[in-house]
Design a protein around this ligand. Structure first.
Ligand SMILES: [Zn+2]
Length: 488
């Protein structure tokens, strides 16, 4: 046990070194152990694309802010947010001015190269950042707004381009004045470090959050967190403790913040007017009027709303008897999975005639219902194959790795018969224990990855890994066990 704890501790040290020091104010405080329990007896730790690792540069602009005419805005004025993919030259300054490329972040004049991803990557990042901020009165553009007052997020380059240690994914100025808002802030996301679309989006949203006055939040589902492994993150309307790997006093005072309330205070609600538009429902499956009887039925619908879908219910009717299948709270034997805007129900059926319709409501109470569809459950039809396949892309079978090395685990997950993948994870095992790490989709369709660091003092010997994918029926598909040798 002693040995394993030591191993866990040094795995953490490796991570801390990789992450660089997390600086709030000028004092560089060492990170506290991340879930030490989870690290015990394992010799790998997650690295780059997963959790946010960043820095904030405290920038109390004092008189300079007003000198630059960037007087605090009120929330009736729509703020402007510029996502810059072209890089640029940034000059150190005592205040931030996104129009003049003046920043409190660099120590010397620094050149950030352009974003290296494709146009598709860029569009996906834009869409993701827009989605995160759509609740507030802020316009997001990738066209340079010139002399207007705007916050700029620069996406490109590596932390070294700003003289920051490797492992830092982003950096932002931060202040407690002006309700935390730096009106002409420039924040940076180092896309050579963040690499994939979800991580780049999360890091950018996080850095913009700092520029609008948000501290780190010790609550995993919020983008201002350092915690990882709880699915997609979005700003949470909840009083949450400040902190990185444990709670601490908030930098601007108090012990808790509510990111949604703070952003609403400083940005104001998006000015969409009253919501009178109901959700739209498109039934994707079943396609025909006949389904195999005595098997599992699968009903899938695309439900979208201009704001937020609140609830979706499938009504299934058999000889006048109606079963209500609320996706958020399905009855027993019914599975329902929501993946973004796609809702999929699976449940056992016998044979005969049925009808079904789908009802949805948005957050403002606007309802929609589809026309009833009639179906025949035919016991003579064979159910279509429904399957998921997992293929390992890297590392190859029988690879040799040395302690301290970074390993990129990548897998292709393909689906048949309309199956959908909802979760993919990596299982890493030695002879006497195993541990799972969530994998994230890359920019390549069907491809998932996680990057882990092998502890510098991992003992030599055999390890195995496999990739496990969960589909929307709840079932798991597992790749073969792939051996890896640690060369001591
Ligand atoms: Zn941060």
């Amino acid at each position: 046990m002693k040995i394993s704890q030591q191993r866990g501790a040094s795995a953490f040290a490796a991570l801390a070194a990789l992450a660089g020091c997390v600086a709030f104010a000028s004092g560089c405080r060492p990170e506290e152990p991340i879930a030490m329990l989870a690290l015990q007896e394992v010799d790998v730790v997650p690295s780059a694309p997963l959790p946010v690792k960043d820095m904030v540069i405290v920038s109390d602009e004092g008189p300079f802010a007003h000198h630059r005419k960037s007087l605090p805005k009120d929330t009736s004025q729509r703020r402007l947010l510029f996502l810059n993919r072209h890089g640029g030259t940034y000059t150190p300054s005592y205040y931030n001015d996104s129009s003049q490329n003046l920043s409190t972040v660099p120590q010397q004049t620094s050149v950030i190269p352009p974003f290296q991803g494709t146009d598709d990557h860029w569009q996906a990042i834009m869409e993701c950042v827009r989605r995160e901020f759509e609740r507030w009165n802020v316009q997001i553009t990738d066209q340079d707004p010139g002399d207007a007052v705007f916050v700029e997020a620069v996406l490109g380059g590596a932390p070294g381009h700003l003289g920051l240690p490797s492992g830092v994914a982003g950096v932002s100025p931060f202040t407690c004045s002006n309700n935390g808002v730096i009106e002409r802030a420039i924040v940076f996301t180092f896309t050579e470090a963040t690499r994939d679309v979800p991580t780049t989006c999360l890091t950018t949203v996080h850095e913009i959050g700092h520029a609008y006055g948000l501290d780190h939040i010790f609550y995993c589902p919020d983008p201002m967190t350092y915690l990882h492994g709880c699915g997609p993150k979005t700003f949470q309307d909840r009083d949450s403790p400040c902190g990185e790997y444990s709670s601490r006093q908030c930098y601007c005072g108090g012990y808790e913040i509510n990111s949604v309330r703070h952003l609403t205070d400083v940005l104001g609600h998006a000015d969409h007017g009253p919501d009178t538009t109901p959700p739209t429902i498109e039934v994707l499956q079943p396609v025909g009027a006949e389904l195999p009887g005595n098997s599992k039925a699968r009903v899938q619908a695309l439900v979208q709303d201009d704001r937020e879908v609140a609830d979706v219910i499938l009504y299934w009717e058999e000889e006048g008897e109606i079963t209500e299948m609320d996706c958020a709270n399905p009855p027993s034997l019914v599975e329902c999975v929501r993946s973004w805007t796609t809702y999929t129900w699976r449940f056992p059926v016998s044979e005969g005639e049925r009808s079904f319709w789908i009802w949805a409501v948005d957050a403002a109470g606007n309802e929609t219902e589809t026309q009833p569809r009639h179906l025949v459950l035919n016991p003579n039809l064979t159910p279509e194959p429904y399957a998921v396949a997992v293929d390992i892309i890297s590392p190859p079978h029988g690879s040799q790795v040395t302690p301290g090395e970074q390993m990129v685990f990548r897998a292709e997950v393909s689906t048949f018969g309309g199956a959908e993948v909802v979760r993919v994870r990596l299982r890493w095992s030695s002879d006497d224990n195993s541990m799972v790490f969530e994998m994230e989709p890359t920019a390549v369709d069907g491809e998932w990855q996680v990057i882990l660091n092998l502890s510098p003092d991992a003992p030599g010997g055999e390890r195995h890994f496999q990739v496990e994918a969960q589909d929307d029926s709840g079932g798991w598909t597992t790749s073969p066990l792939i051996p890896i040798t640690i060369v001591g």
